[in-house]
Design a protein around this ligand. Structure first.
Ligand SMILES: O=C(O)CCC(=O)C(=O)O
Ligand SMILES: [Fe+2]
Length: 366
């Protein structure tokens, strides 16, 4: 059973418009968790760690899955697999932008996302973007454009500060994201560097004591990303304040309130849903309490390498992850070289907490 989305109060006055839009939308996902079917059984794949990450064998092409006579069954099972394993990898993909967008759309549609949730348009995507509104180009060169060298001493030197789930500042955040990296840095003559790491929010939940978990289940937190205003300015782009893939994602406030513990509608499992990049404040407690609780939750994400997986990219590797219950972070261990990829982020349901849902370990009887 999936509970209806809880009503949350956004904190800025101009978000009233967003609140009204949200009230008109049906924003829950599938009525019950989905079972993983057998359609992908014939494809060779291996789990990269016990907790998170599965890699398909070389030769499996997403393009072929999309074209297969049982494509809907395959893509639905792929969605369930991604939601269960957190992130799934494919090598050597011959995948066009159109196919990447088609997959981004189908993963959510076939696993029960609300009809009003489409592909996300990032607030800093330029209006004349070559690959279209729904593609974010992840580019090392572009990153360098908006880093102000004068602010060097104000930036953290701790790489683990950048763990996040994508776009949680949106009232209707992401279900899945698909990143294909086609240009990679090299060192000593071979491709290396720029790995990405993912962490399991399901396991973060499972590391809480039952009484603390129960308390966190009553809380909501503010997610905010107004730093994108200055990035858009530095890039010379107008911030996208129209509909960003959902009628619920509009305006320039870039702020939302979400439950601290979230139920994933596809698996039915609970996860911790706060992240170091975007979550600023737990609502209804003192600032000191909020800082202390968030610090502990961020530590669980950042300091537990046994709930993380690290992926070494090759040219045209593809990663697909579930943003509802996982975190990720890039690695900037390369110099002036180019690293470029294309990313599609799809939108899911309005985050909710279902008190009857189970933790991952509970559900798997671990
Ligand atoms: O560049 C990467 O490895 C990941 C960047 C990122 O956070 C994303 O694509 O959502
Ligand atoms: Fe990201």
């Amino acid at each position: 059973m999936v509970a209806t989305a809880t009503k949350t109060q956004l904190v800025l006055p101009e978000t009233e418009e967003v609140e009204q839009k949200l009230a008109t939308l049906r924003l829950t996902g599938a009525p019950a968790p989905l079972q993983l079917g057998k359609s992908l059984d014939g494809f060779q794949k291996s789990d990269l760690t016990p907790l998170i990450g599965t890699e398909f064998a070389r030769g499996v092409q997403i393009k072929e899955l999309l074209k297969a006579p049982n494509a809907d069954e395959l893509i639905k099972d792929l969605a369930v697999l991604i939601s269960q394993r957190g992130v799934v990898f494919f090598r050597d993909q011959d995948l066009s932008i159109a196919e990447q967008k088609q997959l981004g759309t189908k993963l959510g549609e076939l696993s029960g996302k609300p009809a009003s949730s489409k592909l996300h348009v990032h607030p800093i995507t330029e209006e004349t973007s070559e690959l279209g509104d729904e593609i974010s180009v992840i580019s090392s060169e572009r990153n360098r454009e908006y880093v102000n060298p004068k602010a060097r001493l104000d930036r953290t030197t701790l790489s683990a500060a950048n763990w996040h789930a994508d776009i949680t500042f949106e009232p209707v955040p992401s279900d899945y994201a698909i990143l294909k990296v086609h240009t990679l840095p090299s060192f000593n003559g071979h491709v290396t560097g720029g790995d990405t790491l993912w962490a399991s929010g399901y396991e973060v939940y499972d590391r809480l004591s039952p009484s603390f978990a129960k308390y966190l289940e009553t809380l909501e937190a503010v997610h905010e990303a107004r730093f994108f205003h200055s990035i858009a300015q530095a890039l010379g782009n107008k911030l996208r304040d129209g509909e960003r893939g959902s009628p619920g994602n509009v305006g320039s406030q870039l702020e939302a309130v979400h439950p601290v513990i979230r139920t994933n509608p596809v698996t039915g499992w609970k996860s911790v849903f706060v992240n170091p990049n975007f979550t600023k404040r737990i609502v209804g407690v003192t600032k000191d309490e909020s800082d202390t609780i968030l610090k502990h939750l961020f530590n669980l994400i950042q300091l537990n390498h046994d709930l993380q997986v690290r992926f070494r990219w090759e040219k045209n590797s593809v990663a697909i992850w579930d943003n509802r219950s996982n975190y990720h972070t890039a690695t900037f261990d390369y110099g002036a070289e180019k690293r470029v990829g294309d990313r599609v982020v799809s939108l899911g349901e309005r985050p909710y907490f279902d008190p009857t849902s189970k933790s991952r370990r509970q559900a798997l009887g671990l």
